[in-house]
Design a protein around this ligand. Sequence first.
Ligand SMILES: Cc1cc2nc3c(=O)[nH]c(=O)nc-3n(C[C@H](O)[C@H](O)[C@H](O)COP(=O)(O)OP(=O)(O)OC[C@H]3O[C@@H](n4cnc5c(N)ncnc54)[C@H](O)[C@@H]3O)c2cc1C
Length: 149
Amino acid sequence: MKTIAIVGGGSGGLGTANRLAYKFTNEIKAGNIKIILIEGSSKHYYEPGFLEIPFNLLTKKNTYREEKNMLAKGIVLVNENAVNIDLKNQIIQTTNQKINYDYIIIATGTSYDYDAVPGLKTGTENFHALETSLKLKATLNKFKKGFNC
Ligand SMILES: Cc1cc2nc3c(=O)[nH]c(=O)nc-3n(C[C@H](O)[C@H](O)[C@H](O)COP(=O)(O)OP(=O)(O)OC[C@H]3O[C@@H](n4cnc5c(N)ncnc54)[C@H](O)[C@@H]3O)c2cc1C
């Protein structure tokens, strides 16, 4: 049995897990391949939807689905964060368990460094994440009027 572990179940990790599960349907059924998806969140977010929340085109609820409902048959979902990856011994430590793997795909996404540009954190708002998008929506809703330049 070969184990393929995918860390991160966002667009990249989830898409990859599903494609592998379709490709190896027979091998998974026969017990020759196991696909494990390790994702810290129980929800899968549609990030482009964050752009639409501030303008009242989508609500928070429209931007996510339960991760477990997005998986092709045969994928094992571990709803925990990976806290360490031992590449030499091929072991992933999650919050609650150790997972051995033969192949690993790391798809944990990006994070923004707002401190890299002075004033960016305190002087701007954005729709890069759900929380900041909801905050921007609240700010825009307080606008009474604007003007044409
Ligand atoms: C407002 C907005 C609009 C966008 N519009 C477009 C568009 O029109 N077209 C387009 O192609 N792209 C668009 N994008 C970009 C696109 O959404 C991202 O490129 C894509 O979601 C990145 O996928 P990813 O899998 O690399 O990362 P993510 O989707 O960020 O997924 C990473 C996952 O890893 C999980 N994770 C992180 N660390 C750990 C850990 N230690 N253990 C377990 N799980 C972990 C996270 O919970 C997350 O679910 C947009 C993004 C935004 C914010």
